[in-house]
Design a binder for this molecule. Structure first.
Ligand SMILES: C[S@@+](CC[C@H](N)C(=O)[O-])C[C@H]1O[C@@H](n2cnc3c(N)ncnc32)[C@H](O)[C@@H]1O
Length: 389
């Protein structure tokens, strides 16, 4: 029989796991406790019992970690956007490195190569955010504990133009948006600012194209489409993923609006870029100045196309959080492109895929981890793999 729900227990947090929860054990059963820090002794109410683990809620911090700090945001704990604001930023970087290493061992069954986590500015970094509209027409972010929005009147992780926009809406009594189809209760919309200061904010439903600079090069995209949200570190990620690559033919798999393809086109004779969103592909073609072949199809369908039979000298792949599907992994095993830069926003699926590539003959040259999302447990990784001879 499992533990009784509602029971309170004293636990010591052993480590943070992917997703950012603290892990402790109660009578040998794993208990996941949000907003804790390794080493802390906490009084926990056992809340939700699953097959072989329990979710716990902290009632009291009995012995606080020296790394515990007061959160900068009044919504911390209720807004689902950040889950590490209670941890000193330096310690956040160490804890995230430990999460990456653990994922590689447990899921990838490979040792992570030596790496450090490249820090960001810890606040005022986020250029792209999704807002939700609540029943009263107020804007906010999704709560951590439910699928309801938490209305907000500020956000310290937003770049200054977005934070100022939120605060201006609230102080002028306009946090209730003018009614339009995209601001009805229950609606959600993207906001992007290409600047770190100033007041230029692009809003889905009101605005269209945005131009952001990546390594000094303009990248155009639609405000509702995908673009990286930490422009401070994106330059470094693009530089790392494309570093020391050059030659005949490159592939940018999951190219989005083409930031990697655009730079690969500088050092390769030809570039093929694949992306399933046809609108993004149009922007990618434009952003690369038409240099390359841009294919609007899923990576899975592409693997059985004639294009996939070409010889690629290098591949940059940047899949969504779910990582590479079995069909795409199987293409890598058979095509064996000599060099792969695997960019990922999820250490767990990245570890699974890299483990698979290593067992099919690749070796890991290096890994860089970028703290794209300070105050949250998320990171961005770039792994360079080299095919064995
Ligand atoms: C993490 S984003 C990377 C985009 C781009 N590399 C960038 O940095 O801006 C992943 C991209 O993969 C696309 N995508 C998701 N699933 C896909 C699939 N099965 N086949 C092709 N593209 C896919 C998404 O539309 C998105 O543009």
């Amino acid at each position: 029989m499992g533990p009784i729900m509602g029971t309170t227990v004293e636990l010591t947090i052993e480590k943070l796991v992917a997703g950012g929860d603290g892990l402790a054990f109660n009578d040998g059963i794993a208990v996941f406790v949000p907003m804790t820090i390794p080493g802390e002794r906490v009084l926990v109410e056992l809340e939700e019992y699953r097959k072989d683990w329990v979710r716990g809620n902290v009632l009291e911090i009995l012995e606080a970690s020296p790394d515990r700090i007061g959160p900068a945001c009044p919504y911390f704990g209720s807004c689902g956007g950040c889950n590490l604001q209670h941890v000193d930023y330096r310690r956040q970087l160490e804890l995230k490195a430990a999460i990456v290493e653990e994922s590689w061992k447990r899921v990838g069954k490979v040792d992570a190569p030596g790496f450090s986590v490249v820090a960001s500015v810890p606040y005022a970094y986020r250029s792209r955010m999704q807002f939700h509209v609540d029943d009263e027409g107020r804007i906010g972010f999704m709560r951590g504990s439910s699928s309801l929005p938490e209305p907000v009147e500020t956000c310290p992780v937003a770049v200054e133009p977005i934070r100022t926009w939120i605060e201006r809406m609230a102080s002028s009594g306009k946090s209730r948006l003018p009614m339009s189809p995209w601001t009805q209760p229950g609606a959600r919309f993207m906001v992007f600012s290409p600047e770190r200061s100033g007041d230029r904010v692009f809003i889905e439903g009101r605005d269209g194209d945005v131009t952001a600079q990546v390594r000094g090069r303009p990248m155009r995209f639609h405000v509702k489409g995908f673009f990286q949200s930490n422009l401070y570190l994106f330059d470094l990620l693009v530089a790392a993923a494309t570093s020391d690559l050059g030659g005949g033919h490159a592939l940018d798999l999951y190219c989005g609006v083409g930031p990697f393809a655009s730079f690969l086109a500088d050092s390769f004779e030809s570039v093929t870029a694949v992306e399933h969103d046809p609108f993004a592909v149009e922007y990618a073609r434009m952003n690369a100045g038409g240099r390359g072949e841009f294919l609007a199809q899923s990576a899975e369908d592409w693997t059985t196309s004639d294009s996939a039979k070409s010889r690629f000298d290098a591949v940059v792949c940047d899949p969504p959080r779910s990582g590479l599907s079995e069909r795409v992994r199987s293409w890598f095993r058979e095509a064996k492109p000599p060099v792969v830069s695997y960019v990922s926003c999820d250490p767990v699926t990245c570890a699974r895929d890299v483990g698979d590539l290593v067992r099919s003959g690749y070796s890991i040259d290096w890994m860089k981890v970028f703290d794209f999302y300070p105050q949250t447990s998320h990171v961005e990784l770039c792994v360079r793999l080299v095919a064995g001879i």
